[in-house]
Write a protein that binds this ligand. Structure first.
Ligand code: ATP
Length: 246
């Protein structure tokens, strides 16, 4: 693998005597779309928050975008984009106001902000919604906007935590087209999902069970390894062994 953009070894997170993430190790190459799968409660969000510099690991080591996950969380935060499950958009601000707000947080200059706002409204076909409060947009539109805002500063990596939950397959497909475009433009995409059809769209996939990474490879490799016809089947074979349930 070329110089990985994410590289972690034996990374763990404990809450009291409960080990939410248990010694995970993997690398992600630049430009990959890396699918991070696992049943509810497997530890995906906890692991992703450590990679984003939002929470410090209890033990282990690793780097994200060249910075140390144990010591340089603040620096990592500035180099990445993050779309959380609840996203970070403000419902009572308009689409345009939300874009401006995040452009400010990411430190974009005025001209850059204006240019990227026009570009984004055009790309999303949101020109007539620019002055609509985000709270009144359909969920799928909010997700696309949240993704665009998370990549407004052209980060090296974008982390997406279940970005397509609760929308129809067509909207999910459109969302994945945006993911492909972003990856083609050079941003590495790290994404968690519950939808196994989406796992098939990833360059590589890891599957977490009870805090540990139990499988890792391209969708084709995993299907072969588990003699399964689909990623859904691979997932079910592994999830059957889980002890944790939410
Ligand atoms: N701050 C915390 N304190 C104690 N336990 C926690 C904390 N955060 C998460 N956990 C526990 O760690 C485990 C993993 O949670 P996590 O949210 O990472 O799972 P997940 O795989 O992202 O699940 P989901 O798909 O439901 O988001 C769960 O059992 C959860 O209850």
């Amino acid at each position: 693998m070329r110089e990985p953009i994410i590289s972690v070894r034996e990374l763990s997170k404990r809450f009291g005597d409960f080990t939410a993430v248990d010694r995970i190790s993997f690398d992600v190459a630049r430009g990959e779309i890396f699918g991070f799968l696992g049943a509810n409660g497997a530890g995906k969000t906890t692991a992703m928050r450590m990679l984003c510099g939002l929470s410090y690991p209890t033990s282990g080591s690793g780097t994200v975008a060249g910075y140390d996950v144990m010591r340089e969380g603040e620096r990592i935060k500035r180099r990445i984009g993050y779309m959380s499950q609840r996203f970070s958009l403000y419902d009572d601000l308009t689409v345009r106001e939300n874009i401006r707000l995040f452009a400010g947080i990411y430190g974009l200059r005025r001209m850059q902000t204006l240019r990227r706002t026009v570009e984004l409204l055009h790309r999303l076909d949101f020109r007539s919604e620019a002055d609509t409060p985000v709270g009144s947009l359909p969920l799928g539109w909010k997700q696309k906007l949240a993704f665009s805002v998370a990549t407004l500063h052209r980060p090296e990596i974008v982390f997406l935590d279940e970005p397509t939950g609760g929308v129809d397959p067509l909207t999910r497909r459109q969302f994945w087209e945006m993911i492909y475009e972003t990856a083609a433009a050079g941003t590495t995409v790290f994404v968690t999902t519950h939808y196994m059809d989406e796992a098939e769209y990833c360059s590589r996939v890891s599957i977490m069970v009870d805090g540990r990474i139990r499988a890792l490879g391209t969708p084709a490799e995993l299907k072969e390894q588990y003699a399964a016809g689909s990623m859904d089947e691979v997932f079910r074979i592994l999830a059957r062994t889980a002890k944790r349930s939410e």
